[in-house]
Design a protein around this ligand. Structure first.
Ligand SMILES: [Zn+2]
Length: 482
């Protein structure tokens, strides 16, 4: 069995003005792919795996058009070179937005289908924050998505897709795909599977997989920071029995819809002022404040200084701010050297709308690296250690702090750019508070303009009308009539 492998994985906020370019991606070409731990799951099913092209980046703004076109040309040429193929497995995210193009995955997958032909079985794995379209499902045969957020089931999801692909190729069975759109776009913060209602809904899926005629039950939360017509939640089912797929896809969609008012923030939330006041008054530590509107891992810019300004204004002590992306500030700190006092403007390095704050800071730590974009500095203002980084990056793991000589456990207050806290920070937060700040990925739907929302969607629209409807993929329909 000849199975080609590849993928494209990035989440693009259409409200983020900073384009993602080729240099922002980690790119694996050809044989590099098979050596990656990320693709070690392939070993679970025997086949001749033929690597093509895989690229992934930290979430951000739109992918530059020429970057996308270059990637696509590279991918398709490599795919063509591996023909003939029995199968194709693509590890996708699902929320790519390309300058001047809607439904980028639809374009990517439809182009792949044109190369591999109608007989090749295409399986994809997705992030549950990806957006699906009819064009996407029409191009593929097998779909599975994460069942946890934060995402701790990436290999399990890949394995479900690979298992289905292997089954199709060894038995000759060709599955159907049915999907039901749900006019809901909830933030990941309100649909984390660590909490209800998403916890129970996602935990119910293995039992649905086990139903006769079902291969896989998937639920997409969708990506709310994309102003695209396809942005929606949906259930997506792969399997053999038309009636069961239709029934179960409708049932799962209805379950999610019925839970829409229960999708609430599982932690205390409030304004910047409220978050900083809480940190100042708290008798327990570390207070971890999440600046959710500027979270780079959700597609935010990561260069805003507004929460930092409030932290400094109130004179918080024993505090870590990690971090603010600001290359000019980083360069200035490196030029000054450890121990020097330096005037810095922190914030607004990438997005002109981002607030900056002027400080006179002591340079405490400089990361040794020959790569200018990998530079990070810790600068101190009073009792606040501020991490500035040359590139957009999260500080969500203890190791991100330890590398810089910082210990979040010993701090009174830690400010991170995050939505729900990472699996490493969440258990140490005492307490945990999410700031509903401005920014490209703000949680506040009322301050965002949606120009491309073609279907009234909850909670942007308070009570949209919904007529549930199951739709099959083009390839399914062809099989159903034949
Ligand atoms: Zn995700």
């Amino acid at each position: 069995m000849r199975v080609a492998v590849g993928g494209l994985h990035v989440e693009c906020c259409t409200y983020n003005p900073v384009k993602i370019e080729e240099r922002d991606f980690v790119i694996w070409r050809g044989d590099e792919i098979l050596g990656q731990a990320y693709f070690s799951v392939l070993k679970a099913y025997q086949a001749t795996y033929l690597p093509t092209f895989y690229a992934r980046a930290v979430p951000g703004g739109p992918v530059a058009r020429d970057t996308y076109e270059n990637f696509k040309a590279d991918f398709l040429a490599r795919l063509q070179a591996q023909m003939p193929l029995d199968g194709l497995y693509l590890a996708m995210h699902g929320a790519v937005f390309v300058e001047g193009m809607e439904d980028a995955e639809g374009d990517w997958l439809a182009s792949a289908r044109e190369v591999v032909g109608e007989d090749c079985v295409i399986a994809v794995s997705y992030d549950l924050h990806g957006n699906v379209s009819q064009k996407i499902l029409d191009a593929i045969d097998i779909f599975s998505t994460y069942r946890t957020a934060p995402h701790i089931d990436v290999p399990e999801t890949q394995l479900r897709s690979l298992k289905m692909l292997n089954h199709a190729l060894t038995t000759g069975e060709r599955p159907l795909i049915a999907w039901v759109k749900v006019p809901m776009l909830m933030g990941g913060e309100r649909t984390s599977t660590r909490y209800e209602p998403a916890k129970s809904i996602y935990e119910s899926l293995p039992a649905v997989d086990a139903l006769h005629g079902v291969w896989d039950a998937s639920l997409q939360v969708g990506y709310r920071s994309a102003d695209e017509p396809r942005a929606t939640a949906c259930s997506v089912f792969t399997g053999m029995d038309r009636d069961v797929l239709e029934r179960e896809a409708l049932k799962l969609a209805q379950t999610y819809w019925d839970a829409r008012h229960e999708c609430i923030y599982p932690v205390p939330v409030g304004t910047i002022e409220e978050g900083v006041a809480l940190a100042k008054a708290s008798r327990t530590h570390p207070v971890i404040l999440a600046d959710s509107g500027d979270n780079p891992t959700a597609g935010g810019v990561g260069d805003r200084g507004d929460v930092l300004a409030e932290v400094l204004k109130h004179g918080l002590t024993n505090t870590i701010v990690a971090g603010v992306m600001d290359r000019p500030a980083v360069e200035k700190a490196y030029a000054a050297g450890v121990g020097a006092l330096v005037d810095l403007k922190i914030g607004g390095a990438l997005d002109l709308k981002s607030m900056s704050v002027g400080v006179n800071a002591e340079v405490v730590t400089l990361v040794e690296t020959s790569e200018p974009m990998e530079r990070e500095a810790v600068v101190r203002v009073g009792g606040v250690d501020i991490v500035v980084s040359a590139r957009r990056r999260p500080y969500h793991n203890i190791a991100d702090f330890a590398r810089l000589g910082l210990d979040p456990l010993k701090a009174d207050t830690v400010l991170v750019k995050s939505g729900y806290l990472s699996p490493e920070l969440e258990p140490i937060a005492n307490p945990n508070f999410m700031i509903l700040s401005d920014g490209a990925v703000t949680q506040n739907d009322t301050i965002r303009v949606r120009k491309r929302m073609v279907v009234p969607t909850f909670p942007i629209v308070a009570e949209p009308e919904w007529i549930p409807r199951a739709v099959f993929s083009r390839r399914s329909l062809a099989r159903l009539v034949s």
